[in-house]
Ligand binder design. Structure first.
Ligand code: ATP
Ligand code: MG
Length: 894
């Protein structure tokens, strides 16, 4: 079976068992502060497990793109070194939401593996949870008994909490699980030692392929476990591992999921891929590098396609780090000195066409972003590697490069933390890259020292931003939150629950209402602000509104004294109006840009608040002034048409897509979507935001800035309504001021041009006359020379307007007066200036030093200066000291 067929067989099997097949959620997670990337198939159903949202169907199956490179599940270090952990992988999963439980889940997974995929039963092992006394968790005998119907007892193994109790994160849904492992060792090895001994023992040929989790608990912050309202099944099977097993390979990279990519890399690098290479073999490093490249390109491409660009912090930095890890292998091991990594994108996009089309539809953009990152990293990579190698060869000498604390080398073969920090801070080496390079050479990195250096830098730049989130205090056992904000800005509501959050030492409260008109920040639109008004007159101010999983969370500075009372939730309506102006204008802008710039324009980010709107989009060139004018004309035309808003709240997703609506990449859409239309033939977008009732309300639209944000991504900032009106008023005022200054000329631009021209001409004339003057002065001054002990001494005040003219004069004098000791003083724009020039012969013979002399003279004018032995200058602040300075000069003659 090919990989494509294997994937399809999984989905078909569970569809036949009554499961609805759903699309993969984006790999980049939004609206969840505990998670950056999707790390398991169940993430997109987290709110269902927590009881915060209803399930769309009791039985669901899919293939989910996952990323395990940060947080609780982080496999990055393994990738490329081993043959079965990837950064990005597909997790095939089937779910029961309060429907079937252990019995069916176990029966079906066995049926699929042994009857559909026809895996050898003798090579399969299953596990069950052995219990954990400390946690008060019982042994899962139910699972053991169920397996006994199908599997030989010698193949059913107990497992500890680490392997057989699944938890998504520090808090959240969890439960015992049952894994299925496959032993792909050759028969002779199997005869020697049973596969049972290798289960969960990190043998690359005895690997876990599937995990069935039986979700029963929710872990809260104090660590305690609470029963979930309903019991669920959550399973995850690693697609790449399944394919490898079914194709009879001993490495995931030998299957048809990776081979095309590996072969492409091998061909381009002129090297051979040897799957069997072992650590220590000559071709081991090449094999690892090829695996890393073929793996990392998947993680990076899908993250970018789903909206996460590489960046210098948070999720964006995780992506940049992985990218740099790959580029380092490509540069140093495979010897690609020019950007190469990005060339893998088209191949990958083709491979996932029809599976995850997000990538294919944006392949040029994704490749361009990766290429730009590569170009910029390659610029410093070579230098960093050189520095690193040099350090390893000669730690003592290389210390000269490194000016930083924590550089003392305390242990043998250990890279000091301060040096690792310099590599990361100056050369862009992520710390895991430095660790990896060190490990390859049998060195360690002093992580403590690194952390310390990093911490110091962080403290220097800003105070720590730790957030402490308390448990929910539940007032009403009902998590069905109704959003009323599309229809009204005031609703009567009750508090369902609240909790305390402490960030940067500041206490805040988060409140969840059963009904709320407050729009929670999403899709670029900021959260509403306003008030919660209580019957006793108490008013609680809402400072922000955010989404967390399925909840709408209101941020306040205090909790009410009567939290159980009915309250009136009131949104700041004036502010909301401005926000709506900007949001609807964003839709008009998006549509107008597609008309003017082309249909390749896709939204890459947006911010809509009361003050302005910001729109990031894919486009490869600067938007010209004419294009901006055209876009403004179209948008303002649509505003004047006063188009009525058409809002459809429950359109079937597929129907909406076929009607040609604009959907965003990386956005997770449900089966039913909200469609916002302004003129059927103009702007039609999937959108959850709030909008004007008719475009006329927007008033006026004005673009105020256009810039670049990243490779292939540009940004437009614009304003609407009164903000745009104020802007135009300001601009008009400014023009009027200019006109007044110019005495109301007919053509302002022409008149300014004439002024500039005249100014230029005058400048040149002055320069010329100053030069003439200084040449004239030359002869006059030469006459004043006093011969003292063979030295021609001149000390004079001159009327020259700038330092250049004085210097010019000094050099001219030197040419005609031998053995010159010259001191010139001048008033330059109200400040005293002193220049000393001494003939080289005097410097040599008499030990005179212009720099030292000028320093002394400067004291007379309350200033300072310095320079070379033969020429030096000084400035000061006291003009009245000039005469004294000139008089003092004479005292330096020996
Ligand atoms: P392992 O112990 O092998 O790391 P796991 O216990 O972390 O696996 P689960 O969290 O149970 O795995 O995930 C479910 C399935 O996803 C696993 O059975 C495996 O087939 C697959 N899987 C997990 N991590 C990876 C990865 N990094 N790359 C590829 N497949 C993976
Ligand atoms: Mg793991």
């Amino acid at each position: 079976m090919t990989a494509k067929e294997i994937r399809q067989a999984f989905l078909d099997f569970f569809a036949a068992k009554g499961h609805i097949i759903v699309p993969s959620a984006p790999i980049v997670v939004k609206n969840d502060p505990t998670l950056m990337f999707t790390n398991a198939g169940m993430n997109q159903f987290k709110d269902v497990f927590l009881g915060e949202a209803p399930a769309k169907a009791p039985r669901v199956a899919d293939t989910q793109r996952c990323l395990r490179v940060s947080g609780k599940h982080n496999d990055l270090e393994e990738v490329g070194i081993d043959t079965y952990h990837h950064t990005m992988f597909e997790m095939l999963g089937n779910w029961s939401f309060g429907d079937y439980f252990k019995k069916d889940a176990i029966a079906w997974s066995w049926e699929l593996l042994t009857e559909v995929y026809k895996l050898d039963k003798d090579r399969l092992y299953v596990t069950y949870f052995e219990g954990d006394e400390k946690e008060g968790l019982e042994k899962d005998t139910e699972t053991y008994d169920l397996w006994k119907q199908y599997v030989d007892e010698a193949h059913i193994l107990p497992g500890n909490k680490k392997d057989n109790f699944w938890e998504m994160g520090e808090t959240g849904p969890c439960g015992p699980c049952s894994e299925i492992h496959f032993d792909s060792r050759p028969d002779n090895e199997r005869a020697e030692k049973s596969g049972a001994d290798w289960v969960n023992a990190d043998h690359h040929q005895v690997i876990e392929i599937w995990n069935n989790v039986f979700m029963q608990f929710n872990r809260i912050k104090d660590g305690s476990l609470h029963s979930l309202p309903a019991k669920h099944v959550d399973t995850g099977m690693g697609f790449e591992r399944l394919v490898r097993v079914l194709q009879g390979k001993s490495s995931n990279y030998d299957s048809d999921v990776f081979q095309p990519m590996i072969q492409f890399i091998a061909e381009k690098s002129g090297k051979k891929y040897n799957s069997a290479a072992k650590p220590g073999d000559a071709d081991w490093a090449d094999a690892v590098a090829m695996r890393v490249l073929s793996d990392h390109i998947r993680a990076i491409s899908f993250a970018i396609a789903d909206g996460q660009l590489p960046a210098s912090n948070k999720a964006g930095y995780v992506i940049r780090r992985i990218l740099r890890r790959a580029v380092r292998y490509s540069y140093q091991t495979l010897h690609f000195k020019e950007p190469f990594f990005n060339e893998l994108v088209p191949l990958l996009a083709e491979q996932f066409k029809g599976v995850f089309d997000e990538l294919y539809n944006q392949k040029d953009f994704v490749q361009k972003v990766i290429r730009e990152e590569e170009v910029s990293f390659l610029k410093t990579l070579g230098n960093g590697i050189y520095l690193f190698e040099d350090y390893l060869e000669n730690p003592e000498k290389s210390m000269a490069y490194v000016v930083h604390d924590h550089v003392e080398n305390t242990k043998a073969k250990t890279i000091p933390g301060g040096f690792a920090f310099v590599l990361s801070d100056t050369y862009g080496f992520p710390i895991d890259l430095t660790e990896l390079m060190a490990r390859e050479r049998g060195w360690d990195v002093d992580m403590e020292g690194f952390e310390k250096a990093l911490q110091e830098q962080k403290t220097r730049s800003r105070a720590a931003t730790a957030i402490d989130t308390g448990d929910w205090v539940v007032l009403k056992d009902d998590d069905n939150v109704e959003f009323t904000g599309y229809d009204e800005t005031e609703s009567i509501a009750h508090i369902i629950k609240y909790r305390k959050v402490t960030a940067k030492g500041k206490e805040q409260y988060q409140i969840v209402l059963d009904k709320t008109p407050f729009y929670a920040e999403s899709g670029g639109q900021v959260g509403d602000t306003g008030e919660l008004v209580f019957p006793n007159g108490e008013i609680i101010e809402v400072t922000d509104t955010k989404k967390e999983n399925g909840l709408i969370v209101h941020f306040t500075d205090k909790i009410p004294s009567t939290p159980d009372d009915a309250l009136t939730a009131i949104v700041d309506a004036t502010k909301r109006n401005s926000i709506e102006n900007n949001h609807s204008a964003t839709h008009l802008l998006h549509a107008a840009m597609k008309q003017v710039l082309g249909t390749h324009v896709n939204q890459k980010g947006s911010l809509v608040n009361a003050g302005y709107l910001r729109f990031d989009f894919s486009h490869f060139a600067k938007v010209t002034e004419e294009e901006i004018a055209q876009i403004e004309t179209i948008v303002n035309g649509k505003i004047r048409e006063n188009i009525q808003l058409k809002e459809e709240r429950m359109v079937a997703y597929q129907e909406a897509i076929s009607s040609g609506v604009t959907a965003l990449f990386g956005e997770k859409y449900g089966d039913y979507v909200r469609v916002i239309t302004f003129d059927d033939s103009f702007s039609k977008e999937l959108c959850g935001g709030t909008h004007v009732k008719a475009t006329g309300q927007i008033g006026y639209f004005k673009i105020i800035a256009e810039s670049a944000v990243a490779a292939g991504v540009r940004r437009i900032e614009a304003i609407t309504g009164t903000a745009a009106e104020d802007f135009i008023t300001e601009q008009t005022k400014l023009v009027q001021q200019v006109k007044d200054l110019l005495k109301n000329p007919k053509d302002v631009a022409k008149s300014i041009e004439a002024l500039l021209e005249e100014n230029n001409r005058l400048k040149k004339e002055i320069e010329k006359s100053v030069l003439e003057k200084s040449s004239g002065l030359k002869d006059e001054l030469a006459k004043t020379a006093e011969n003292i002990n063979g030295i021609n001494f001149i000390a004079q005040k001159v009327a020259l307007p700038n330092a250049d003219a004085i210097k010019n004069l000094a050099y001219n004098l030197k040419d005609i007066v031998p053995n010159l000791f010259l001191v010139l003083a001048a008033d330059i724009n109200g400040k005293p200036s002193i220049t000393v020039m001494i003939d080289e012969a005097l410097v040599k013979e008499k030990g005179l030093h212009a720099g030292n002399i000028v320093k002394e003279l400067a004291k007379e004018v309350k200033g300072g200066g310095g320079g070379q032995p033969f020429f030096a200058t000084a400035g000061g602040s006291d003009l009245s000291g000039i005469d004294n300075a000139l008089a003092k000069a004479k005292t330096f003659i020996p």
